[in-house]
Write a protein that binds this ligand. Structure first.
Ligand code: HEM
Length: 310
C-alpha cells in the first residue's frame, strides 16, 4: 500500500515514477520520520549533529531526500516544462512582489506534501483490508457494490458518487484506526480549556483514536460497522466526534484528495483482487516508530486475482 500511494503522490507532485525508487526513498523517509518520533518521545533528544548511529542514519536519509528533490527541481527548470503537476505550480508561483520561491522553500513545500501525502493513506488502506478480511459479510457487500456499479470497467472519479458503501467502509476504517493517532498542540500562552488550565509551553494531545471510539457518538464503538457512516448517521455526529483529518485552521490540506484516492483504490482493488489474512499473526496497532498508526509486526495477506472477469 505504501508503494502504491507513494507512486501516486509522486506522480501528482512531480509527474515522476518514484515507484522505481520507492525502496530507497521509502527507507529514507521512514528513517526521517522515525527521527521525528524519537524527538517527540524523548525527554532529552540528542542534537542531530552528535555522532550517534541514529543521527548518522538520519543525516544520510535527509541528504538523500534533499539530493533527489534538488535533482527534480533542476531537471524541471532545465526542460522549461510547464506541466500541471505540483512542482511546476511551485516553480511558477510568485509572491505579492512577483518574486519566485527559493529552492529551499520549494523543497520544503514539496517534501511536506510528499511525506504527508502517502504514509497516512497507505495506513488507512492497510487497516481497511485487515478489517474487511476479518468481516467477510462487509467485504462481500463492498464487492457487490463495486461489481454491480462498475460492471467490469475501471473506476473513475465519475463513478464515486455511485459507490457510497465503499466510502462508508473507508471512513469507518479511519474511525477505528485513524492514521494520525494524535494531534499535538503547545499552548502559546496560559489558557483554560474546559476544566483544564494550561500553562504556557504545555503540550496537549487530541487523540482521535479514543474520541472516535466513544459509545455516545458511535453505538457499539469497537465493532467495525460501516453503517456508522450511513448519511443519516453521519449527519447526526457532533462536529468534532470524527476527526481523522484533524479540525480547525490546520485541518489536513489533502483531505479531499485522500478520500478520493482511497475511495478509488478501494474500489479498483476490490474489483480485481481479494485479500485474506495469513494465519498465526499478531496484529497490534502501534505508532512507536512512525507518525501513523500501523500494525506493529506488519500485516501479511494473501492477494489473489479474483476469478470473475473484470
Ligand atoms: C488518509 C489520509 C490522510 C490522513 C488521515 C491525514 C491526516 C492529517 C491530519 C490529522 C492533519 C492535521 C495535523 C494536526 O492538526 O496537527 C493533517 C495535516 C496535513 N496533511 Fe494530511 N492526512 C492524509 C492525507 C494527506 C494528503 C494526501 C496530503 C497531501 C497531498 C496531506 C497533506 C497534509 C498537510 C500539508 C497537512 C498540514 C496542514 C497544515 O498544517 O496547515 N495529507 N493530515
Amino acid at each position: 500500500m505504501m508503494a502504491l500511494t507513494m507512486s501516486i503522490v509522486g506522480n501528482v507532485l512531480f509527474q515522476t515514477d518514484v515507484l522505481a525508487e520507492t525502496d530507497e526513498l521509502g527507507a529514507a523517509l521512514s528513517t526521517a520520520l522515525a527521527y521525528i518520533n524519537y524527538i517527540l518521545s524523548s525527554f532529552f533528544p540528542l542534537p542531530l549533529n552528535w555522532p550517534t548511529e541514529r543521527n548518522r542514519r538520519t543525516r544520510q536519509a535527509l541528504d538523500l531526500l534533499n539530493r533527489r528533490m534538488q535533482k527534480m527541481i533542476e531537471e524541471r527548470r532545465a526542460s522549461g516544462e510547464q506541466g500541471d503537476d505540483f512542482l511546476s505550480i511551485l516553480l511558477r508561483a510568485r509572491d505579492e512582489d512577483g518574486a519566485p520561491m527559493g529552492d529551499q522553500q520549494i523543497k520544503d513545500e514539496a517534501l511536506t506534501l510528499f511525506v504527508a501525502g502517502h504514509e497516512t493513506t497507505a495506513a488507512a488502506l492497510t487497516w481497511t483490508w485487515f478489517l474487511l478480511a476479518e468481516h467477510p459479510d462487509i467485504y462481500q457487500r463492498l464487492r457487490d457494490e463495486v461489481d454491480t456499479v462498475l460492471q467490469g470497467h475501471s473506476p473513475t472519479y465519475a463513478d464515486l458518487a455511485r459507490l457510497p458503501y465503499t466510502l462508508q467502509v473507508l471512513k469507518e476504517s479511519m474511525r477505528l484506526y485513524p492514521p494520525s493517532i494524535a494531534l499535538v498542540r503547545v499552548a502559546l500562552r496560559p489558557v483554560d480549556l474546559g476544566p483544564y488550565h494550561l500553562r504556557r509551553g504545555q503540550t496537549i494531545m487530541i487523540v482521535p483514536y479514543t474520541i472516535q471510539r466513544r459509545p455516545d457518538y458511535f453505538p457499539d464503538p469497537e465493532r467495525f460497522n460501516p453503517d456508522h457512516f450511513r448519511p443519516e448517521n453521519e449527519a447526526r455526529l457532533p462536529r468534532f466526534a470524527y476527526l481523522p483529518f484533524g479540525a480547525g485552521p490546520r485541518i489536513c490540506i489533502g483531505n479531499h484528495f485522500a478520500l478520493m484516492e482511497g475511495h478509488l483504490l478501494l474500489a479498483a482493488l476490490a474489483q480485481r483482487v481479494s485479500f485474506s489474512l495469513l494465519p498465526g499473526q499478531q496484529i497490534i496497532p502501534d505508532n512507536d516508530k512512525t507518525i501513523t498508526i500501523r500494525p506493529r509486526y506488519g500485516l501479511k495477506m494473501r492477494v489473489q486475482r479474483r476469478s470473475q472477469p473484470v
